[in-house]
Design a binder for this molecule. Structure first.
Ligand SMILES: [Zn+2]
Length: 217
């Protein structure tokens, strides 16, 4: 059984799912938030998945792939997504140029309605980051090249916030938490991080940390 799930926490993260330990499974699961240790009941929902055809243009060529989407996903023309068939090692970041639902072309559709996605290959991806700040969790994003590696335990700058990466949810659904593991951006579903408030002494990066601090120094 699952011993770790991502669900919302009524205390510290009512909107964004964050990692929880499952204390009791079954019909009425009880979980404990890894951020604030609040114990609460939850619903662990089963999402449907769909294999959707994607036609990707790259320069002069175009090729066909499939991607796995879930019933939770609504897509729009101009959205950036990562095409991932869940089997091969290769994934393709694209910009959606058209969405087909049967005979119709839609500007916006739920994954369940889509028959074909048309897209243009792009090099950069937007990585979602859930940042635990004090008592709240905030959704942030960072745009990076698809091959850019995020390393668990390391610090990153997102806009003006300095964060430390704690866990990385990978596209295949697994959750990595081992310090030092590096994962390329294009394979990441979500990063879980905490805000870095002050430098930790003895890490040998004092000057750099102070520089990154901004106001108040
Ligand atoms: Zn919590």
């Amino acid at each position: 059984m699952n011993d770790e799930v991502e669900v919302v926490c009524p205390v510290c993260s009512p909107k964004i799912a964050v990692p929880h330990d499952v204390l009791k499974g079954g019909q009425n699961p009880v979980v404990q938030c890894q951020e604030c240790e609040n114990v609460h009941p939850t619903k662990i929902e089963k999402v449907k998945t769909f294999n959707v055809k994607v036609i990707i243009s790259k320069g002069e060529e175009s090729f066909t792939q499939t991607t796995i989407l879930t019933s939770e996903e609504d897509l729009m023309v101009e959205d950036e997504i990562i095409v991932d068939d869940g089997e091969s090692d290769e994934v393709f970041p694209i910009l959606i140029t058209a969405i087909e639902s049967g005979e119709k072309r839609l500007k916006k559709a739920n994954a369940s309605e889509i028959t074909t996605i048309w897209g243009r290959a792009i090099d950069e991806v937007v990585v979602k980051i859930a940042v635990h700040k004090g008592r709240n969790t905030e959704a942030m994003h960072k745009r990076v090249p698809g091959g850019y590696e995020f390393i668990i335990g390391q610090e990153e700058k997102v806009d003006k916030t300095k964060i430390r990466i704690k866990k990385i949810k990978i596209r295949d659904g697994s959750l990595e938490s081992k310090t030092g593991i590096a994962i390329p951006a294009k394979f990441i579903k979500r990063i879980f991080a905490e805000e870095v408030f002050r430098k930790s002494w003895g890490e040998g990066k004092t000057q750099w940390s102070m520089k990154g601090k901004g106001k108040g120094w």
